[in-house]
Design a protein. Structure first.
Lengths: 805, 356
């Protein structure tokens, strides 16, 4: 909200400077988001009094006038429609500069020299008005300062008003707050009504049918008025608060709303059928064309102001076109009413129509402020639009709202805040914001204040609300910082949380970067990855109101997010990318509202695993790079071994597609991207992928590690080269070697794979380094040899393998 | 007797003295391993000068023989060590000369070692977690797809509150049933409600995780962000405790010299509530681009837990009190490291990932 200090000074004497004020407000809960200083950025301008006006000798639409500036006279050519003798307007004499930088000189206009220029609001750069000269509303002909005459310089505070403080959405509300903070006196705006003898009760009838949504409806009738532009001071204050001036009556309703926080609406009295107001819920089929020209379909959730022929306003939000105040209006019905906050909010939201009025009503307006606001506006209309105010405000109370009475425990409040508080101090603080502290009583070492809360503070409903007021008025900065006096807290991570951290660190150590992607994906991904629905069901959680199709389905796998990361990087010419993600995936459950959320770990790699270096050849990412990552991960976690089995996953290359098992359970997949998918998302075909359920990893990791004895006696190391048919898996050979090697074979490591002249067509040679040792003795050569021979025998017997020597 | 005294005694000995002095002189003069080996034979060899002396010593009277014999042994050991040491010295010198002669370009790049890193969001989450773990907090987690009850209702958010609308909150359709109350959590506070449901006070927890808001994405808004929310419930928790705790946190996170400011604010689930600002670490409070000229950075929302919230989980607000706080991880990362656009964090551009 925007508040003009010039306007504020009508109600309080500001004895602090702007920066101090801003700090006081921010420290008490009204954050000052900006301070705008408004002034004329010009040079040499002054107030000019138009002494005489006569026609221009050579031009019909121009006039010549004599402008008096503190006794100096200037002859000026002017074409403004509102030029007349006796007015005062901003004047730019020769030699002065306008805010836009224009240098004013004597110029010849149709044969007459113009010594300067009378100015409009646009030329001054302070209003958008196009109605000719900006008329200054000065009491008497004096040598006034132009900036002062314009209500400048002024400072506007841009405030963030929290939703619990609707009372601050007005100049008087902020004045009340500042009065409490600075201890100065608050002056309420004057109402000096001269009511005519005619009584309003004879000319209007008001009924509230739905008192749950409208607790009070007050109306004033003002007759014989003259619709015209508002005086400058009203327009300027409206503009300072960000409201566009229209015409006097409408401006005054806005002005009083900004001043007091009570939204008002003026109906053209003569357009209100039978002069009969009915406040009711809309019937199905009711329509209303609001002031913005939109025809709106209404329903029972909307509250309406109606006359005997139908709706005339969307209550608390916007008036209707039929009863709009216009140039021809002579008599108005001024509405000052109280509407239900939640209902106005719903109506405003469902019609996507928000106004200064709805903004205030949906936060909460003082239910007992209607009459004062109606009278204040009537007074201004009487003063500025020559209106005759009919006797009596028509005040219909549908449901009386009384001030709330609260009990406030002083010491408890002090304990909650962490300061020593007594009833005197608490009473003073609560009194400063105009709460009515009606007495104190003592009970069991506690002091209890009885507090009546005026209805302009709808947010204060409970004792804790008063504690908050005490805390903010006491000043947060005055509360000493302490730490909880406890011995109950023992912090830390759970085992799972620690292992998750370890896994991420291990993945980093293995050369992968962590990525974080969105929990929702485009559902089209499922068709790309799994066109026949073999692994990913299509019954998944979808957002009802996504911001785009791209982010509309809760992920079942981390794969799409990582493929998008690769894609994004490839588009930016980052060709070598190794990333992993650990995050939640969402599996629908038939008998639960919420999905089963589990944590998944996935990795994706593309490009050169190691670049061409001066000392090394480059190495591309392939299946075995990813397998190595997985092996590194399992061994770093000291997890039991995993195993891979050939299994087709629709998004993996059929030859390079594996199911991952650990601890006897299926837990994921590993492979190269399917060329079909690679083509669809434009990724290189050697992209390697892996995903594993975190739970399986946790199960595979031991809770506790046990010491394993280190051999003290020397090991015997022997190499063996095994020639097998091409279709025999290395894993099978290794498995046989380990079985046949017995207890003494401690390690068997493949160090070479050879195909070529040395072996037959359709054969390959696998070379292993075998390590034998015993923990209790140095092995005799015969012992290792026996084990070795057994290996040779089993290999040739089972696989028909030959041993190369 | 020290080694020096013994050598003096040897030097003054009638028989050993001349041999020692000669050996010392020769040892100083020779400068090659070969010459030293010759010298060793000449002095210590079977027919060397020292061995020859033994015969003379045999003829001495027993008392004198023992004394000189001891000196002889000491001289032998001394000369052996001196020759060995000089041989080593010369060998190392020669080796040094050869090695120094080898031409090596040490400016060539080292071998490429792969390294990865944690996403900046994870790093900041861990940093925040560790600060609070140090103060005795546990880390609790909960679902990203949540029920209205935990996300709004049990946090004292009125039924008509604007944040609950389809404009602000993502609602989720369960494929097997029609429910209106399933949504993506808009903060991680529901985890605290779940924690209170299963734990009786005292309770000190933080809840890190993803949260989702239906914001139009721009430099400071994203439909997904990470939060860390905290909750302390105990016998006599005060607003002062909240201040002390968060001041400590803010200084650990942003620097010991930071000033911390508490401003009254409004949240549905706390009362009194406070927003917490820390003096800008870029300009130390004088005003810059990062703090938009204010000198302050808003980093946290917090407050005393509203008694209504305790009502939902069966805690007695007359017996316990608590404070809660919440912060946006991306915002803190952006402020701390000067990252200009929140969307950069979820692009996962490898060039950005490598920076942290």
């Amino acid at each position: 909200m925007r508040v003009s200090l010039e306007w504020l000074s009508d109600y309080i004497n500001l004895e602090v400077d702007v920066d101090e004020l801003a700090e006081l407000l921010t420290d008490s809960g009204t954050e000052v988001e900006g301070i705008e200083r408004m002034g004329l950025n010009s040079e040499g301008l002054s107030v000019g009094w138009v002494a005489k006006v006569r026609p221009h000798p050579n031009a019909d639409r121009l006039s010549l006038c004599e402008v008096d500036v503190g006794g100096s006279l200037f002859e000026v050519v002017c074409g403004a429609p509102n030029l007349e003798a006796g007015i005062a307007a901003p004047f730019a004499p020769p030699g002065s500069f306008l805010p836009d930088g224009t240098h004013i000189k004597e110029v010849d206009i149709r044969g007459v020299t113009s010594q300067g220029m009378l100015l409009s609001g646009i030329e001054l750069g302070i209003t958008g008005d196009t109605e000719g000269l900006l008329l200054l509303d000065l009491p008497e002909r004096e040598n006034a300062d132009l900036e002062e005459a314009l209500g400048l310089p002024d400072t506007v505070l841009v405030l963030e008003i929290t939703p619990n403080r609707p009372d601050c959405l007005s100049v008087i509300g902020m004045a009340r707050e500042i009065a409490a903070l600075t201890g100065c006196e608050l002056r309420m705006p004057p109402v000096e009504l001269r009511e005519s003898r005619e009584d309003a009760s004879g000319v209007v009838e008001i009924e509230i049918w739905d008192t749950d949504l409208c607790s009070r409806y007050t109306a004033r009738i003002i007759d014989a008025l003259e619709i015209k532009g508002s005086p400058w001071w009203i327009r300027r204050r409206l503009q300072a608060c960000g409201v566009r001036p229209i015409s006097n009556v409408v401006d005054i309703t806005n002005y009083v709303m900004l001043e007091l926080g009570q939204p008002l609406h003026a109906f053209d009295y003569d357009m209100v059928s039978d002069h009969h107001i009915i406040v009711r819920r809309a019937d199905e089929g009711d329509t209303l064309t609001t002031l913005d020209g939109v025809k709106r379909d209404l329903g029972p959730e909307n509250l309406l102001i109606c006359d005997t022929s139908g709706p005339i306003a969307l209550a608390g939000v916007m008036g209707g076109e039929r009863t709009e105040v216009g140039d021809g209006t002579r008599k108005v019905l001024l509405e000052s009413a109280h509407f239900d906050a939640a209902n106005i909010m719903r109506t405003s939201r469902s019609h996507e129509l928000s106004s200064e009025a709805s903004y205030r009503f949906e936060r909460g307006v003082d239910p007992n402020g209607c009459v004062y606001a109606a009278d204040r506006a009537s007074f201004l209309i009487q003063k500025l639009a020559a209106g005759k105010v009919l006797g009596r405000a028509m005040d219909v109370v549908g449901r009386a709202v009384e001030p709330v009475a609260l009990e406030f425990r002083v010491h408890r409040a002090g304990r909650l805040i962490g300061v020593a508080l007594d009833s005197g101090k608490a009473g003073d603080l609560l009194g400063s914001i105009q709460l009515d502290v009606q007495g104190v009583r003592e009970e069991k070492a506690e002091e209890i204040l009885n507090v009546r809360v005026p209805t302009f503070r709808p947010d204060l409903e409970r004792e804790i609300d008063l504690v908050e007021e005490i805390a903010r008025l006491y000043g947060y900065r005055n509360i000493p910082p302490t730490l909880p006096k406890t011995s109950h807290n023992m912090g830390g991570l759970t085992r799972e949380q620690s292992i998750r951290r370890s896994i991420k660190r291990v993945m980093n150590g293995l050369g992968l970067y962590e990525a974080v992607t969105y929990s929702f994906i485009s559902p089209r991904w499922l068709d790309v990855l799994d066109p026949d629905g073999e692994v990913f069901p299509r019954d998944i959680y979808k957002l009802r109101n996504p911001i785009s199709e791209e982010m509309s389905a809760m992920r079942l796998t981390l794969l799409p997010g990582l493929l998008e990361v690769l894609r994004f990087n490839l588009n930016r010419r980052n060709l070598d990318v190794f990333v992993f993600e650990m995050g939640r995936v969402f599996e629908p459950l038939r008998d639960d509202k919420l999905p089963h959320e589990s944590i998944s770990l996935a990795a994706a790699m593309m490009g050169l695993w190691s670049p061409k270096q001066w000392s090394e050849e480059s190495e591309k990412v392939d299946f075995f790079t990813m397998k190595g990552v997985l092996e590194g991960l399992f061994s770093s976690l000291h997890a039991s071994e995993f195993s891979l089995s050939r299994e087709r996953f629709p998004f993996l290359h059929p030859a390079w597609s594996c199911r991952l098992e650990a601890g006897g359970e299926d837990c994921g997949y590993l492979g190269l991207i399917h060329p079909r998918v690679a083509e669809a998302v434009e990724l290189p075909p050697e992209t390697a992928l892996m995903e594993i359920g975190l739970e399986s990893l946790l199960n595979a990791a031991p809770e506790l590690l046990a010491y394993e004895e280190i051999p003290r006696f020397p090991a015997a190391v022997m190499d063996i080269a095994v020639v097998v048919r091409e279709e025999v898996d290395e894993g099978e050979v290794l498995c046989l070697i380990k079985d046949a090697g017995g207890d003494l074979l401690r390690e068997a490591r493949l160090f070479d794979l050879y195909r070529g002249e040395q072996v037959g067509e359709g054969e390959k040679s696998l070379a292993y380094s075998l390590t034998f040792y015993a923990l209790d003795r140095t092995l005799k050569d015969e012992e290792a040899k026996a084990s070795y021979d057994n290996i040779v025998e089993k290999l040739s017997g089972t696989l028909g393998a030959r041993i190369r020597s | 007797m020290t080694g020096e005294d013994i050598l003096k005694e040897i030097e003054s000995d009638h028989d050993l003295g001349p041999v020692y002095r000669l050996a010392r002189r020769q040892l100083a003069e020779v400068n090659s391993v070969e010459a030293l080996k010759d010298l060793r034979i000449a002095i210590l060899g079977r027919k060397g000068r020292l061995s020859t002396l033994l015969q003379g010593i045999g003829k001495l009277p027993p008392e004198e023989r023992r004394r000189v014999g001891r000196l002889w042994n000491q001289l032998k050991a001394h000369l052996e060590a001196a020759i060995d040491e000089k041989i080593d010295r010369i060998r190392y010198r020669d080796m040094e000369d050869t090695l120094r002669g080898q031409a090596v370009d040490i400016t060539l790049p080292g071998k490429d070692m792969r390294r990865g890193s944690l996403h900046i969001v994870s790093q900041v989450v861990e940093e925040i977690e560790d600060i609070f773990i140090g103060m005795g907090y546990r880390v609790v987690e909960g679902p990203e797809v949540e029920l209205d009850y935990y996300n709004f209702e049990a946090l004292n958010t009125p039924e008509w509150h604007p944040s609950k609308t389809l404009q602000d909150t993502f609602y989720v359709d369960n494929p097997y049933g029609t429910y209106q109350d399933v949504l993506l959590r808009t903060h991680t506070s529901p985890v605290q409600v779940r924690a209170m449901e299963i734990t009786s006070p005292p309770l000190y927890v933080i809840a890190p995780g993803k949260a989702f808001r239906r914001d139009v994405p721009d430099a400071t808004h994203s439909v997904m962000m990470h939060q860390v929310e905290g909750l302390a419930v105990d016998d006599d928790i005060t607003l002062g405790d909240l201040k002390g705790t968060l001041e400590y946190f803010a200084r650990r996170m942003f620097g010991e010299e930071r000033e911390v400011r508490f401003r009254p604010h409004f949240f549905p689930f706390t009362e009194p509530s406070a927003e917490v600002d820390v003096s800008c670490h870029m300009c130390s409070g004088s005003g810059c681009r990062v703090c938009k000229g204010t000198g302050w950075l808003e980093i946290l929302g917090s407050g005393i837990v509203d008694p209504n919230v305790f009502g939902y989980v069966g805690y007695d607000p007359e017996k316990v009190s608590g404070f809660a706080f919440g912060m946006g991880v991306e915002r803190i990362a952006m402020l701390k490291y000067g990252i200009p656009d929140i969307r950069f964090l979820f692009d996962n551009d490898i060039r950005l990932l490598r920076q942290f």
